[in-house]
Design a protein around this ligand. Structure first.
Ligand code: CA
Length: 657
């Protein structure tokens, strides 16, 4: 009895201690459709009312300190948090680093995102009716799948001490938010913690730390959701693995969140599948905690961007346009809304734009002073390998939802319009690049239409005017095998393409690199022991495949390998093929060509020893329109010793004139 009174008394004291300031909420989030937008937005059906429309705005304070001004759609300077709320953002996400400052107090950059900044951002978000998602990195600087460095102050702690420290840090940071009246809706235990967090990589220890964080959240903000956050949904079974470990080690959390950057992270179908799996098996809520997409390929702050027009080996689901950016957001929302227990989508750093001066040097001064770039030179003291080498400005300014002057892009309205749909007449949004290949001896006929991407992200053919003269065409004909850049105009937009002049090879699967014989054929007159396509780099002339033959019995190597080719432009052709091998004995080997079944030429070939390829050509193969050409090689060997053997590779049918 006495004990219970003590508990109640403590609880009452805690409530008093936690009761903080009250922020007057100016509820600016619209509950109706914003009219008059030119943005094409297909409605997401059955979108729940409480669906989280989030924006990570961690850099805003450092940006403002650097002189950045933000505007509303009317062109008036306005608190960026008000503008976000007015366009349907319901949650603001903010990252928290333990201590992103060196011993002299110089910030590491990336917004110098400490607890103080998070409280400030939280207060402004709360004022406009939005809730805060607190993203504890449990590091002094960036934590992601590439690095999860321990905060300097916790460096020498064993796991028990570190667990206590993490609990206290989380509790105190949240208490500070509570005192200031911040509406916290969700708290993350680490950021993209793919198998590591806070300097630990043993999942049992990670789970212990996460559980301490969770306990602190439940204590200070009992109504807030507790989230874990991972990246790389495209890695098979990874999410199931994390969720299973969280279950085994009994981490108390509500939301399993994922990053989803479409250029790296697989398809939306896959994302939905893996998140559904976690929702199904463990009953958790799921969401996308980070996504973004470029509205332009251009850089605006003299510090190179993660994704640009020239970024190699990425998936471009949408053009790099304002509409393309909105289409990505709309489709990610659609995917999450239709995933079991899907609760929301957060955009990453849509307010992080250039600090706006006209030179790298001036920008650099601001990045160093206010931490408005991704890292300052001081960051090198904590993270010498990355920040220490590559410190600079913003690498995602082309993925913001505000332009370089702080004005909102039309795409910002997607957060509101997605609830209602805004299916305006689709127009041409971008022209896809056109890649053309012509035979050096053939005709160069540039296409009259090109592929356009509509605002609805559908494709259409539109007429194009190429800026290519007859003199340019003549130069391409005479310039040998070479690639040319061409430009033009289609639907009022720039069109671009490449013309590759090649010695066109009309043989299909010429070096067997499809891994099969097709559409080559064989006629095996001698019944060889071995006659097949082989995958062996060292025995191929080019690539890794070739045709292999061997046979023990005398005269059993006697076959033809050939391909029939129709639909050729009328003209004169050459056929070339290569062979190597040995132990031929008496041999009759030749390459040949038939036109409509009539032989027009043959050239003798020979096999001598391993690695000595014999390449021969049949010239002057005259083909009229509609005729079919058969090209091939005939191999007949009596065999010597252990039987004739050999390799055949690379058939080439080229225009001679
Ligand atoms: Ca940049």
């Amino acid at each position: 009895m006495k004990k219970r009174w003590t508990v109640l008394l403590l609880a009452a004291m805690m409530l008093t201690a936690c009761a903080g300031k009250t922020i007057e909420v100016l509820n600016a989030i619209p509950t109706e459709k914003i009219e008059g937008s030119t943005l094409y937005v297909k409605k997401v059906e059955n979108l729940p009312d409480g669906f989280i429309m989030g924006m990570d705005a961690s850099s805003v304070i450092a940006e403002e300190q650097s002189g950045v001004k933000y505007y509303n759609f009317a062109g008036e300077e306005q608190d960026v948090f008000k503008t976000l709320a007015e366009n349907g953002i319901t949650h603001i996400r903010v990252r928290v680093w333990n201590n992103p400052y060196d011993a002299e107090g110089h910030g590491y950059g990336g917004g110098n995102s400490d607890v103080e900044k998070a409280v400030e951002i939280g207060k402004r978000a709360t004022k406009y009716g939005m809730k805060l998602i607190v993203d504890f990195h449990y590091s002094d600087f960036w934590a992601d799948p590439g690095k999860q460095m321990v905060p300097l102050a916790w460096k020498d702690m064993d796991i028990d001490k570190k667990t206590d420290a993490l609990f206290a840090f989380t509790r105190d940071a949240l208490k500070e938010m509570k005192r200031e009246g911040v509406a916290v809706g969700m708290v993350q235990l680490g950021n993209e913690t793919n198998g590591a967090m806070c300097g630990e990589s043993d999942f049992q220890k990670i789970a212990k730390l996460m559980q301490a964080g969770s306990k602190a959240v439940r204590k200070v903000y009992p109504d807030a959701l507790v989230a874990v956050h991972f990246a790389n949904p495209e890695k098979a079974d990874a999410y199931n693995g994390y969720a299973s470990k969280l279950d085994i080690y009994k981490v108390d959390y509500d939301v399993f969140a994922s990053s989803y950057y479409p250029f790296w992270h697989g398809t939306l179908e896959n994302l939905s599948d893996v998140l559904s799996g976690v929702a199904d098996r463990y009953g958790k809520k799921v969401m996308v905690m980070e996504t973004s997409y470029p509205y332009t390929g251009e850089d605006t702050d003299f510090s190179g961007n993660t994704i640009s027009d020239s970024t190699a080996n990425i998936v471009k689901d949408y053009p790099f346009t304002v509409q393309g950016q909105a289409n990505n957001v709309r489709n990610v929302i659609d995917a999450v809304a239709h995933t079991k227990n899907g609760i929301g989508v957060v955009y990453w750093e849509g307010t992080w734009i250039t600090v706006g001066t006209s030179s790298r040097a001036e920008n650099q001064l601001k990045w160093e002073t206010y931490g408005s770039g991704w890292a300052t030179s001081y960051g090198g003291s904590y993270d010498p390998k990355d920040a220490g080498k590559y410190y600079g400005g913003c690498a995602v300014d082309n993925q913001a939802m505000f332009d370089a002057t702080g004005h909102p892009l039309e795409s910002l309205r997607v957060w509101n319009l997605v609830r209602y749909g805004n299916e305006v007449e689709p127009t041409v949004d971008a022209i896809r690049d056109t890649d053309l290949e012509f035979d050096l001896k053939g005709t160069i006929a540039l296409p009259e239409t090109v592929n356009a991407v509509l605002t609805s992200n559908e494709l259409a053919q539109v007429p194009v005017e190429w800026n290519v003269t007859e003199a340019d065409i003549a130069r391409m004909h005479e310039g040998g095998t070479k690639t040319y850049k061409i430009t033009g105009v289609a639907a009022g937009l720039p069109a671009a393409g490449t013309v590759s002049m090649v010695k066109f090879n009309y043989v299909k699967n010429p070096g067997f690199e499809d891994g099969s014989l097709d559409p080559w054929q064989t006629e095996d007159r001698g019944g060889a022991d071995q006659l097949y396509i082989e995958n062996k780099l060292t025995d191929s002339l080019n690539g890794t495949y070739h045709m292999h033959f061997w046979s023990a019995a005398k005269d059993s190597v006697d076959f033809s390998l050939f391909q029939e080719i129709g639909d050729l432009p009328a003209g004169t052709y050459t056929f070339t093929i290569s062979i190597m091998g040995g132990d031929a004995g008496d041999a009759e080997i030749f390459c040949y060509a038939l036109v409509d079944g009539v032989e027009t030429g043959r050239t003798p070939m020979k096999i001598t020893s391993y690695g000595n390829w014999d390449t021969q050509t049949v010239e002057g193969i005259k083909v009229a329109a509609g005729q079919t050409v058969t090209v091939g090689i005939s191999v007949k060997c009596s065999g010597a010793g252990s039987g004739a053997w050999g390799k055949i590779d690379d058939g080439l049918l080229n225009r001679q004139d």
